[in-house]
Write a protein that binds this ligand. Sequence first.
Ligand code: S3P
Length: 177
Amino acid sequence: MTEQNHHIVLVGFMGSGKTTIGNTLAAMTGLQHKDTDSIIEESAGTTISEMFRVQGERHFRYMETRTLEILADQQNVQMIYSTGGGIVMRQENQQLLHRLGIVVWLRIQPQTVIDRLGDDNTRPLLQGPDREQKVRDLIDARRGAYMASADVIVDVDGKAPQEIAAEILQQIGMEPA
Ligand code: S3P
């Protein structure tokens, strides 16, 4: 099935607030919000950290693509989907994201990520020394993929979730419920 869906899909770097904004948008629109990382954790019965540790990142990336395929093939009521920060890195995922609906990139500055995720221990890709450099390098490496995936870009630095959500709705031409 290659049908285009009409969901709102949030992409962006770790710490950009995809889950929070997904919940805020859900409250403002009455739509349901789901997160691809949570879908993967539920279906695998484990956490993302544990999956990285036991099966490796490759397996997680396979699960991410598989999840997008399943979601894109479902004929569903309109939903809000938030996604994992690295989902845009596979080209096939970029196509699947577009099939899911309108893709909103929550763009964040590296320093804001560093401030927000200073002591986070749930993101396997940010563990170990030199976290700041890791954030900067990963954002540099991913910027093009976010750009290629995005239909709409919203800068999140210094803004409250309500403000960001309102900006998204305005940009996609949707009224709050
Ligand atoms: C990842 C981001 C995480 C999660 C996994 C890998 C990434 O999601 O999918 O740890 O590659 O950026 P969040 O963006 O919700 O933290």
